[in-house]
Design a protein around this ligand. Structure first.
Ligand code: IPD
Ligand code: CA
Ligand code: CA
Length: 267
C-alpha cells in the first residue's frame, strides 16, 4: 500500500473542500438542522461532494464514511473517514474557525490523518509511524508538566442537554485546576493544536469517528497520549477522548473522573 500516494490524494481532496468553504464563507443563505443544535449548510454538502469525487476518482473500490452522506457501498479493508466541515456552527455564524478532516484506515486502524484549516492555510498531516507535520515541518506536543500551568481545550456534544451534569462537573474541575480552557468549536483543530503544543490537553464526550480519526493520529504521531477517560487506548468509536502532551495525562484523568454519586445521577 503506497501510503504517500494515499496521503497526496487525501490532501488534494482537502484542498478541493477548502475551496468550497472559502468561497461560501459569509454567504450562506440557508442553515438546516439535523438536531436541535446540530446544523448543516450547503457548504457541508458541497465540500463533501468535492472531497468524495477526488478520493473516489483515485480509489473507487475503497469504503468511505463521510458525515453527510454516511457509508458508501464499497466493502474494503481500506476506509476513508471524512468530515467536510468541522466547525459548522462557527461557519454558520461567520466565525472563521473550522477545518476539513480526512483520515485513512486499514482494517479500522487509522494510518493517515489530514486536517486543513482553509482560513489560514495550516495543513496538519501524519502517517502512522512517521511523525506529524504542520505545513511539512515536524510538530511536537508541549512539555508542560502540571495542569496548573496548562492551557486546555474542550468541546460540547450536540446532546449536551441530556448529559449536562457530567459535562459541567468535568469542565468545573478542569477550569479550577488549569490556567484556562478554550472552546474553539472544531474538534479536529483542537487535536492538532495539542499536537503542535498550542494546547496541553483536550477532552470531549460523544464525538463521532469523522471528528477524531485524523486528529487523533496526528496528535499521537506528535507524541500525544490519546485515551478515553478510563485510560484505555482511544479508538474512533469510543464515547470519550482525552488527548494530552502525556506529562499531564494522569492528572487530567483524575480531574475527569467523577464521583460515584454524580455518575449515577447523570448516565
Ligand atoms: C463538531 C465540532 C465541535 C464539537 C462537536 C462536533 P461539526 O463537529 O467538532 O468542536 O464540539 O461535538 O460535533 O458538527 O461542526 O462537524
Ligand atoms: Ca465534526
Ligand atoms: Ca461536520
Amino acid at each position: 500500500m503506497d501510503l504517500e500516494r494515499i496521503k497526496r490524494v487525501g490532501i488534494a481532496a482537502a484542498y478541493k473542500g477548502a475551496d468550497v468553504l472559502r468561497c461560501q464563507f459569509g454567504k450562506i443563505s440557508q442553515v438546516d438542522k439535523k438536531g436541535a443544535i446540530d446544523l448543516v449548510t450547503e457548504a457541508d454538502i458541497e465540500s463533501e461532494k468535492k472531497i468524495l469525487s477526488t478520493i473516489q476518482r483515485a480509489f473507487s473500490d475503497h469504503t468511505v464514511l463521510a458525515e453527510e452522506s454516511g457509508l458508501n457501498k464499497a466493502v474494503s479493508d481500506y476506509k476513508w473517514l471524512i468530515d467536510p466541515l468541522d466547525g459548522t456552527t462557527n461557519f454558520a455564524h461567520q466565525l472563521p474557525i473550522f477545518s476539513i478532516s480526512i483520515a485513512f484506515a486499514i482494517k479500522d486502524d487509522i494510518h493517515i490523518g489530514i486536517v486543513l484549516n482553509p482560513v489560514n492555510g495550516e495543513l496538519f498531516s501524519a502517517i502512522r509511524g512517521q511523525g506529524a507535520q504542520l505545513n511539512g515541518s515536524p510538530i511536537r506536543v508541549s512539555m508542560t508538566t502540571k495542569v496548573s500551568e496548562s492551557l486546555l481545550v474542550t468541546g460540547f456534544p450536540y446532546n449536551i442537554h441530556e448529559i449536562f451534569d457530567p459535562i459541567i462537573a468535568r469542565y468545573a474541575n478542569c477550569l479550577q485546576a488549569s490556567q484556562g480552557i478554550r472552546r474553539l468549536g472544531s474538534a479536529a483543530l483542537d487535536l492538532c493544536y495539542v499536537a503542535c503544543g498550542r494546547f496541553d490537553g483536550f477532552w470531549e464526550q460523544n464525538l463521532k469517528p469523522w471528528d477524531t480519526a485524523a486528529g487523533s493520529v496526528i496528535a499521537s504521531e506528535a507524541g500525544a497520549q490519546v485515551t478515553d477517560f478510563s485510560n484505555q487506548n482511544f479508538t474512533v468509536d469510543a464515547k470519550e477522548i482525552l488527548t494530552t502532551n502525556g506529562c499531564i495525562h494522569k492528572e487530567m484523568l483524575s480531574l475527569l473522573q467523577l464521583k460515584e454519586g454524580n455518575e449515577k445521577r447523570i448516565y
